[in-house]
Design a protein around this ligand. Structure first.
Ligand code: HEM
Length: 487
């Protein structure tokens, strides 16, 4: 009787309701097991709009991508930051930002420092840091272990993670005053990975004290960013400098709260970029024809010979040159299409009728989540022919970016959404694409790369479906060696 009383009744005008029998959990397990199959089954049964009870939340899924633009129009009634304010504080351990309205506004303003003119300084700094870490760790600069004449082997995910994590960290947060690298980066990455493994459970609302040593791990990560520590760092990006200033002006924030905010940005900046770099490189190495085409484009744009002498001074790639790498960008977008499972969520601020198009309207209740699940669109054969297949030039037409994709004969406004959409779209997306390009450029210039034979293909780990770029279920091995100069 208690279970029955706790269940919600569907009201007139509301979408079909699917809530399961288990209190709080609802349909979370079915969704977590295979989100795509679950949503597809319900779409076939109930149409393009239905509400599912998942982990204590009523989520109305909008499945038809032609309806997505109508959701973006409801900026006032459907709020993204309400969702961030519900989830981020418990996940990262800081007090809800909504309690500090002024600070919330300044935090939003800080995102501008990841874009526009500010992107130039970030991109230049990233190139220097990426190259420094790569040259020291893989080319033996500064006494590191040099890649020998022959092949070296390693885990591809670990390789991508070690390079991108550290280079991104240095670019955003800066380096120690008297050294160009932080000595404890491996430990930081280790703790980050442990925390990241628990991330889906935290976001699902599982209390941190139920998750073993996760709280202690999070405390270590937060301590890394305590203000007195960060004061000793130089070459910090304007983005992080401004955020530190905002936090300093707020007497209500403790040093631990400030550290927790900086840690949240670390998660936002590498949590997706590292797996995205992995998939971008993985697909290229697996398809040598694609890899050759991208390498040729790179050398054409850089106007230097097919192979760079690794002992030459640093490779310089300007922001303009990065923009000219259209085939590389298409290849990155294709790997994002295949690996991203971000869910875009908005919280209804009031009871209202959501007009989806001329014919369709649904009643929505205050506090309900409206969810877009772009992975379904990314894998729709009507929009992308052979959606399971990696085609590096899928987003190119007549040598330029292809933007025409159709559903039921109508051109789609949104057809690629790994970075979210509308008012909540990722503010770091331009920086992210640039850094993945820089990463690929460096590797394509310096290294020959192949997958080791006799291993299974990398599989997507669905345990974080809805939360961004999926990780591989396990690492895959690859081999690499220095390319020889051709002239
Ligand atoms: C938010 C994806 C890289 C900073 C988001 C969202 C997505 C996303 C899906 C939520 C958007 C929504 O729900 O509509 C990605 C992917 C990346 C990436 C796929 C890499 C491939 C970065 C980087 C940074 C960054 C490098 C920072 C340097 C942020 C921030 C937010 C965010 C701060 C929250 C924005 C807000 O609260 O309004 N990202 N992101 N992201 N991302 Fe990214």
């Amino acid at each position: 009787v208690v279970l029955l009383l706790g269940r919600r009744r569907r009201r007139e005008g509301e979408p079909q309701l699917i809530q399961g029998w288990v209190p709080y959990i609802g349909k979370a397990l079915d969704f977590g097991l295979d989100s795509n199959a679950f949503l597809k089954k319900n779409q076939e049964k109930y149409g393009d709009v239905f509400t599912v009870y998942i982990a204590g939340k009523y989520m109305t899924f909008i499945m038809d991508p032609l309806l997505f633009p109508s959701i973006m129009k409801y900026g006032r009634q459907l709020d993204f930051h309400d969702f961030v304010n519900q989830v981020a504080p418990v996940t990262f351990g800081y007090p809800p930002v909504s309690s500090f309205p002024d600070m919330d506004h300044q935090i939003q303003r800080s995102f501008r420092l990841l874009q526009g003119d500010n992107l130039l300084a970030l991109t230049e700094s990233m190139m220097g840091n990426l190259q420094a870490v790569f040259r020291q760790d893989f080319l033996g600069d500064a006494g590191g272990e040099a890649a020998g004449e022959g092949w070296s082997t390693g885990g591809l995910y670990d390789f991508c993670s070690s390079l991108m994590f550290e280079a991104t960290f240095l670019t955003l947060y800066g380096s120690p005053d008297h050294a160009c690298r932080h000595s404890d980066m491996a430990a930081l990455r280790h703790h980050f990975t442990k925390f990241d493994n628990m991330f889906p459970l935290l976001v699902a609302g599982i209390p941190i004290w139920l998750l073993g040593r996760t709280k202690a791990t999070r405390e270590k990560l937060i301590r890394y960013f305590l203000p007195q520590r960060m004061l000793g760092w130089s070459n910090t990006s304007l983005f992080i400098t401004m955020r530190s200033r905002v936090f300093e002006q707020n007497d209500m924030l403790s040093d631990t709260d400030k550290g927790a905010h900086h840690f949240a940005i670390l998660w936002a900046s590498v949590g997706n970029t590292v797996p995205a770099s992995f998939w971008a490189l993985y697909y290229l190495i697996n398809q040598q024809e694609a890899l050759q085409a991208i390498r040729q484009e790179l050398h054409r744009v850089l106007q230097h010979p097919e192979s760079q002498d690794p002992w030459e001074p640093e490779v310089m790639i300007s922001k303009d040159q990065l923009e000219q790498l259209v085939y590389m960008e298409s290849a990155i977008n294709e790997s994002l299409r295949l690996s991203s499972a971000s869910m875009n969520i908005r919280v209804a601020q009031q009871d209202f009728t959501l007009q989806l198009d001329k014919q369709h309207a649904v009643a929505v209740r205050r506090g309900d989540f409206i969810a877009l699940y772009p992975q379904m669109m990314h894998m729709d054969p009507e929009i992308f022919t052979e959606p399971q297949v990696y085609k590096y030039d899928r987003f190119i037409e007549d040598g330029r970016e292809k933007t025409d994709f159709f559903k039921r004969g109508q051109k789609l406004k949104f057809y690629r959404m790994p970075f979210g959409s509308g008012s909540s779209i990722c503010p770091g997306r331009f920086f992210a694409i640039n850094e993945i390009k820089q990463f690929l450029c460096l590797l394509l210039i310096y290294l020959d790369m192949e997958m080791e034979e006799g291993q299974e293909e990398a599989q997507l780990d669905n345990s974080r479906a809805g939360l961004g770029i999926l990780l591989p279920t396990k690492d895959v091995r690859f081999r690499y060696r220095l390319r020889r100069p051709t002239s």
